[in-house]
Design a protein. Sequence first.
Length: 211
Amino acid sequence: MTRLEKLASEIRACRICVERPESTALPHEPRPVVRLSATARICICAQAPGIRVHNSGLPFSDPSGDRLRDWMGIDEATFYDVSRVATVPMGFCFPGHDAKGGDLPPRAECARTWHDRIFEEMPHTESGSANPSKLLLIIGQYAHAYHLGPRRRKTLTETVRAWRDYLDGAGGLVRFALPHPSWRNAGWLKKNPWFEAELLPVLRKEVARRL
């Protein structure tokens, strides 16, 4: 068993948010949804599974996934080929619903316990290699905060609007800052037509380069 496989096994057995939560315990049995890969050149770094993904055990097995795959210009078979596409959300388990019926934020325990270890173990191509740098699709404000750090702007819209600033390949990684593909963001997409007109064609080109 490789170190990455061992790490994936540890994550699948994780019960920290039930047995040693930092705040309120997870309101249901954990079911971590994460797909690690030593060969994938694309990594989807999103928020946390919704209830449908919790039930299926597959990331983005819902209408949000349909929209994300359309943004990327790929089909389901490619999306779920873990040798080519990894998925590492900020929270691995469905966090539960808030009082209004929306999803709660990703559990903080996941990132603090696992994320640094994951990205140390998942290799990427160094700058100057014959292969293109790894592509990170960074989805939502929590992922923006972790993966962009001080380069993140004040708001999600400002961060996504600055998408060209994250394509520099720093550290062997090309980053796309994206909104969540949820139907709840349909209004955001209408207010920001530049996203589909300018960003998505470049995103699809970068995805295709790595497949």
